[in-house]
Design a protein around this ligand. Structure first.
Ligand code: FDA
Length: 510
């Protein structure tokens, strides 16, 4: 059996053979002896729960500047039976972009983050290593009437986000980030660089929401920009139990998915603290694509119970709203979007659900009580409806469309490291998830791939089986799962690009 240092040497030799004598490999390949190895490994990790002394580490980290370096890495990894973990923004909830239980390398796209905006045809080419904040900032430098319907956290990577769907405050008006992808460049298992025409419509369909990492390495995406008004309005209204929070949450379920599609109001129920220091409230957090004078009458008509006043609202440009929704205080400079410090970095476990019938009041009371049991627990409710109702379930692999009232994300965070502490919080969130079963979607109990949850099931890494993977695959993709597996059999039948929840090939008959 080869030792890890001999595998490394062989791999480096392979890389230099690919590049000739004057290889740049020393600038882009880092092994555990390199002084930069730990720094790069940790740099974008969002869930530190997965980075400790006992978690497996990559033999090498490669930070390519050029696609030929990725082609070489794919070729050499196959030759040396190494797995590849591709990392764009590092926000995978279960750490799958930097963790693997068999010998592996990381291809970290940190140096591939260019953004080219073309206002003439209202598109942009964005490399996978860029993050959402960089995209929003670059857009703002060119136009204040163009936006992009993606997520809220600026450090989320384009690669993983678009690969799993991606949604944020423009969801009800324009759908998902993946709905706006019109072309892409991918490196396939044979090291070929393919654009939409060359990869064909089936593979192009699969990469727009089928979950990153199953079909190849996406280098860049061509996205369609969307129109936003020059002035939009944001507000956040906090309600405690005494101020009728639960009655408002209950009411919101009936109306938020039916609001005018310019109006997006999500709810965050946040509990922080313990003992006498507890605070819990429902936070009604909104983006309206218009000005206050249009919003107030609309709210008086659609959601008078919230009692929204003009002074609760702030007019701003759409890009300023991305700073606001990222959690920075009002008036923060746009440059905050470029800050790579992750505001929300902490150990966490999350789960998701889709709701198709309003949750009864007594069950909401039960949730509220359960959130109080943890020190840092959040439940985020993102309303669907609007444009999401118009897009077919089969349009891209993300199937949660017409009929979904809202998405729930449950999240628990903690600071103390260690297995005992983690187990306690994980046990709590699993029990909340069990409690929710009667109130959320059934057959399947659906989940969102970008809020990855390995509790739903995992592949056997050496021998992924379609029927076993269907247990979690159908929750994420419903009937699109089979089509994803059929695409996989065509483009990567040997299942080279794989992880614990990658799409397995569809079994061949016989
Ligand atoms: P990361 O680099 O970890 O990749 C995720 C997966 O995609 C991995 O399996 C990885 O191997 C694969 N991958 C990455 N780049 C690839 C490439 N170029 N080619 C092939 N495979 C690739 N979601 C949402 O919809 N709306 C939101 O508002 C938010 N907000 C949010 C906030 C915070 C703090 C976190 C941690 C996460 C979110 N998310 C979210 C979820 C987010 O969309 C999801 O975790 C994405 O997969 C993250 O993409 P990254 O590139 O950052 O992750």
């Amino acid at each position: 059996r080869e030792t890890s240092s001999s595998i490394q040497e062989d791999f480096m030799h392979c890389m230099s053979t690919q590049f000739g004598e004057y290889t740049r490999s020393f600038e882009i390949i880092f092994n555990q002896d390199s002084s930069l190895y730990s720094y790069i490994l940790q740099s974008s990790v969002q869930n530190p729960r997965y980075l400790n002394a006992t978690t497996p580490k990559p033999l090498l980290i490669i930070t390519p500047f050029h696609e030929s370096e990725i082609q070489a890495a794919v070729f050499c990894s196959k030759n040396h039976d190494l797995q590849i973990r591709v990392r764009s923004g590092g926000h995978d909830y279960e750490g799958l972009s930097y963790l693997c239980r068999t010998p592996f390398i990381i291809i970290d796209l940190i140096n591939m983050r260019s953004i080219e905006i073309n206002l003439e045809d209202e598109t942009a080419w964005v490399q996978s290593g860029a993050n959402l904040g960089e995209l929003y900032y670059a857009l703002a430098m060119k136009s204040l009437v163009h936006g992009f319907p993606a997520g809220l956290c600026p450090t989320v990577g384009i690669g993983g986000h678009l690969g799993g769907g991606g949604f944020g405050t423009l969801l009800r008006k324009y759908g998902l980030a993946a709905d706006q992808v019109v072309d892409a460049y991918l490196i396939d298992v044979n090291g070929r660089i393919l654009d939409r025409r060359a990869m064909g419509e089936d593979l192009f369909w699969a990469i727009r929401g089928g979950g990153g990492s199953s079909f190849g390495i996406i280098l860049s995406w061509k996205i369609k920009l969307v129109r936003v008004p020059e002035t939009v309005t944001s507000f956040t209204v906090l309600k405690t139990l005494e101020q009728g929070a639960l009655e408002l949450v209950h009411r919101w379920q009936y109306i938020a998915p039916k609001f005018h599609e310019d109006l997006f109001i999500r709810i965050l129920i946040v509990h922080v603290g313990n003992g006498d220091q507890k605070t819990i409230h429902a936070n009604f957090n909104s983006l309206f694509l218009g000005k206050i004078d249009r919003l107030i009458p609309l709210m008086n008509q659609s959601f008078p119970e919230l009692g929204l006043r003009a002074e609760d609202c702030t007019e701003m440009s759409w890009v300023e709203s991305t700073v606001y929704f990222a959690g920075f205080s009002k008036g923060s400079p746009l440059e905050m979007l470029l800050d790579k410090k992750q505001l929300f970095k902490s150990m966490f476990k999350a789960k998701s659900d889709f709701v198709t019938e309003p949750i009864p009041f007594h069950a909401l009371e039960g949730i509220w009580g359960r959130l109080l049991e943890e020190e840092m627990a959040i439940m985020i409710m993102d309303p669907f409806g609007g444009k999401m109702n118009e897009i077919l379930e089969s349009e891209v692999p993300f199937p949660h469309r017409n009929g979904v009232l809202y998405n729930i994300q449950y999240m628990v965070k903690w600071e103390a490291n260690g297995v005992m502490a983690s187990n306690r919080h994980i046990h709590w969130i699993r029990s909340l998830y069990k409690y929710m079963a009667p109130y959320v979607s059934r057959s399947p109990r659906a989940a969102y791939i970008n809020y990855r949850d390995l509790d739903l099931g995992t592949n056997k890494l050496q021998n992924a089986s379609y029927s076993e993977a269907a247990a979690w695959g159908i929750k994420y993709f419903k009937s699109n799962f089979k089509r994803l597996a059929l695409v996989k059999s065509k483009v990567d039948p040997g299942n080279f690009f794989r992880n614990e929840q990658s799409i397995p090939p569809f079994p061949t008959p016989g």
